[in-house]
Design a protein around this ligand. Structure first.
Ligand code: GUN
Ligand code: ZN
Length: 437
């Protein structure tokens, strides 16, 4: 299968948290991207001689083509309770999350939500979500079945919880291990899918469960691990009571072999120096979830410590829906900017879009597949419309640079700003024809 896209495109080549913005990206004002069997085979300035015979490129002269966005921390089962009012993390889990997650023992319900969730991610321009499922193995099968049909590169895992949650949401250390092992064998490495061992967070797992989670991770070939870390102050105090022998929150995970490459820690707001240093040294990843952190009143993530530092920590971006309030990476970036502002730090537009694409791809160890527009990468692409609304069109008239255009996009963009989304070279969402998927 051969396809081609023509139009302005932007892709990052290096890290703008380390080098000047100007040397970290490639922008082609009239570009051509040629795709064969889902892989980019050439990308550069448009040249009619490079268009494959018999192919008419999808042409977006007024668009901006970028690599598909990555959402490295999200809970698909929480889609039905996004925007639940008035509580912070621990109460919010008890009152809204757990009752919703109980419904996923019904695989038909899980399938229906997974389908709507993936459609929303594509409408938002996200081509790689990494999601929590629920404790029910069916919730994982439902998700991966839908993702497989769409051909997505995506990760997911069965939540492990053997204490401090309602009965219908508990497994045991052994049953959680066995089910995860079966699911990983079924899904990990199939097509573009990968499996993440998923202990929800320290308070809902016994030491026995965390031990077996570490065992699973060691036994698997290239498995991921995802969990939550230091999101909320009451959570921190609870973890200290439950694990009095641990030096700090991260130590709870570290003692069980859960801190290393491909281990993704959501939030990581309230960390001490020792924890930051260990994350850096271990090559572990933190996932910044700004809309969630503001919505739950959790705190202000220290992006500067993570990335502008003598020993930086791999950092990805996440929506953390349903605590997060939007599928749109533009909303995530806008709130990341505001959190940096409240801390007295700077986030440039190039840094922001790097984080949503190549930066997250590197942080989750997928950059050999996704995150940039260059030969050999998979053709997961998003076509943005910088003038999608009357207000955007008005404001963009006064933009003086690519950086301006991007900053306006991330501050005011939403799903209307996503003109089309391609997965492995196939257009799966088209804003204007209503036939997307
Ligand atoms: N900590 C443990 N579980 C969750 C969850 O579902 N969402 C968030 N934001 N934090 C958590
Ligand atoms: Zn989360």
């Amino acid at each position: 299968m051969i396809a081609a896209l023509r139009g302005p495109y932007l892709s990052y080549t290096a890290n703008p948290f380390e080098d000047a913005d100007s040397v970290c990206h490639r922008y082609e004002a009239d570009g051509l991207i040629v795709i064969e069997d889902g892989i980019i085979v050439s990308a550069g300035a448009f040249d009619a001689a490079l268009v494959p015979v018999g192919i008419t490129p999808d042409h977006y002269p007024d668009g901006l083509i970028m690599p598909g966005f990555i959402d490295a921390h999200v809970h698909y089962p929480q889609m039905p309770m996004i925007a639940a009012h008035g509580r912070q993390l621990l109460e919010w889990l008890d009152h809204y999350v757990f009752p919703t997650e109980l419904r996923y023992r019904d695989i038909d319900f899980a399938r229906a939500v997974a389908r709507r969730f993936l459609r929303e991610e594509l409408r938002a321009g996200v081509t790689t979500p990494i999601t929590y499922c629920t404790v029910h193995p069916e919730s994982v099968d439902a998700y991966f079945e839908e993702a497989l049909q769409l051909g997505l590169r995506t990760g997911a895992g069965k939540v492990l919880m053997d204490r401090n949650a309602p009965d219908g949401l508990l497994d045991t250390a052994q049953s959680g291990y066995d089910a995860s092992k079966r699911l990983a064998a079924r899904w990990h490495g199939r097509d573009r899918l990968f499996y993440a061992v998923t202990p929800r967070f320290a308070p809902t797992s016994t030491e026995a469960q965390l031990y077996l989670a570490g065992t699973l991770l060691r036994e698997g070939d290239g498995l991921y691990m995802q969990t939550h870390l230091a999101e909320n102050r009451d959570e921190l105090a609870w973890v200290q009571r439950l694990f009095p022998a641990s030096r700090d929150y991260l130590d709870v995970y570290d003692r069980f072999g859960l801190v290393g490459p491909r281990c993704l820690f959501g939030h990581a707001i309230h960390l001490g120096d020792r924890e930051w240093a260990l994350l850096a040294e271990a090559g572990a990843t933190v996932v910044h979830c700004p809309t969630s952190n503001l919505f739950l009143g959790s705190g202000l993530f220290n992006l500067k410590r993570a990335l502008v530092s003598a020993n930086p920590v791999r950092t990805a971006l996440g929506s953390d829906l349903g605590a997060g309030t939007s599928f749109s990476p533009f909303a995530t970036l806008a709130e990341a900017y505001k959190i940096a502002q409240l801390r007295g730090d700077v986030l440039t537009a190039h840094q922001a879009f790097y984080l949503a694409t190549l930066g997250s791809a590197r942080a989750i160890d997928q950059d050999r597949h996704i995150g940039s527009i260059e030969p050999g990468r998979e053709a997961d692409l998003v076509v943005l419309d910088p003038v999608a609304t009357p207000l955007l069109a008005d404001r963009q008239r006064y933009a003086e640079s690519l950086e301006d255009t991007l900053f306006i996009l991330m501050t005011m963009g939403d799903d209307r700003t996503v003109r089309a989304t391609y997965v492995a070279g196939r257009k799966l969402h088209d804003r204007d024809d209503g036939r997307g998927m």
